[in-house]
Design a protein around this ligand. Sequence first.
Ligand SMILES: Nc1ncnc2c1ncn2[C@@H]1O[C@H](COP(=O)(O)OP(=O)(O)O)[C@@H](O)[C@H]1O
Ligand SMILES: [Mg+2]
Length: 358
Amino acid sequence: MGTVAAHGLRKSFGEVQALDGVDLDVPDGSFFVVLGPSGAGKTTTLRAIAGLETLDGGSVHLDGRDATADTPAARDLAMVFQSYALYPRRTAYENIASPLRARRASSSDIQAAVQQVSALLHIERLLQRRPAQMSGGEMQRVALARALVRRPRAFLMDEPLTNLDLKLRVEMRTELTRIHRTLGGTFLYVTNDQVEALSMADRVAVLREGRVQQVGTPTEVYERPANQWVAGFVGSPRISLLACRAEGDRLVGAQGWSLPRPRWTTAEDGRPLLLGLRAEDVSVEKRGEAALPGELYGLEPLGDRTVVDVKVGSEMVKVKARPTVTGTPGERVSVTVDLDRAHLFDADTGLALATSGR
Ligand SMILES: Nc1ncnc2c1ncn2[C@@H]1O[C@H](COP(=O)(O)OP(=O)(O)O)[C@@H](O)[C@H]1O
Ligand SMILES: [Mg+2]
C-alpha cells in the first residue's frame, strides 16, 4: 500500500503564508503531480509530508493512518531533490547501496538490488564512478536509483529534472513514467513545468499561493480549467482572455466585437465575463460565422506550427496556424472561433462558468 493524504496543511514563515490549507489525496500506485509556479508552496508541501517541516495546522495520513507526529524515518518515504544530494566521496554503487546498508541488508541482497535498479536506469557503467566524474543527468539517475532501491511506501520528488538540459529532461520524462509502470509504487512529483505535469501525471493538483486550485486528470485540467488562473497557467501558448458580456443570444466584447452566445453557457446578461480561447481552437485560415475582426500583429514560427498574434481592439489573441501561414503586420484578419471549445470565466471571481451539455 502507499496512499498519501494531506489535509488542511498550514504553514507560515514569518509574514509568508506558504501553505494555506493544502488538501491532497494521492491514490496508491498513482503518478500524482503537484504543479505550480515558483513560490507556490510545492517544496513546503513535500517537506511537510516527509516530516521535515513542523506545521501550523493540518494532518498527514499514510495508508490511512495519522502520521502527523511520526518522525521522517518512521514515515518510510523516499525523497528525490532537484539537487542530487549524493555523497561526493562515494562511488555511484555505494551511493545507491547506502539506504540498504543503513538497514543492514546482506551484501548479496544489496548487490542484487543495486544491479536491478541500475539496469532499469541504464547506469550499470557508472557504478564505479564518483559524482565528480558524472554529468548532471548521470548524477540525477544515480540519485533516482538510490531512492528506488529502497522500495519505500511512496516516492516524493521535488523538481528532479529541473537541472537537466532540455533534451535529457524530455528523455527522463519518458524514463520516469516507464519506471513507474515497471516498478509500481506511489509517485508524488512536484514541478513548475506544465508540459512535464501534463505528460507524466495520472492526476494533477494545481497549486497557487499555498492553495490547491484544481485536482483532476491532465485532460480535465487542460480542457475544463476551474478558474481563469489555471487556464492561464496550463497550456502554451497561453490562453487568450477577452473581456465581454452576455446580452440575449449574443456575447458582446468590450472591444466592440459580437459573437453568437455559446449554447452551453449559463451566464446572466450584463455580468462581466472573460472569453477564454486556446490557440488551437481559433483560426485565421478558416472562414466561419463566429469570427472576431482583428489586425495581424506578428508571426512566431515554431517549426511545426506558427503562432499568429492578432490584435482585437487593444486585446491580443494567439492563434495556432500551419507553418506556411503568411501575413504582414497591420493587415486585417478575421479570427474564427470554435465556440463549442471556448471557455467563459466570471471576470470578478475568475471562476469558470457552469456549463451545461458540454
Ligand atoms: N525556510 C523558509 N524560510 C522562509 N520562507 C520560506 C522558507 N521556505 C519557504 N519559504 C517561502 O514559502 C513560500 C513557498 O515556498 P516553497 O514551498 O519553496 O515554494 P515552491 O517549492 O513552490 O517554489 C515562498 O514564498 C518561500 O519564499
Ligand atoms: Mg520548490
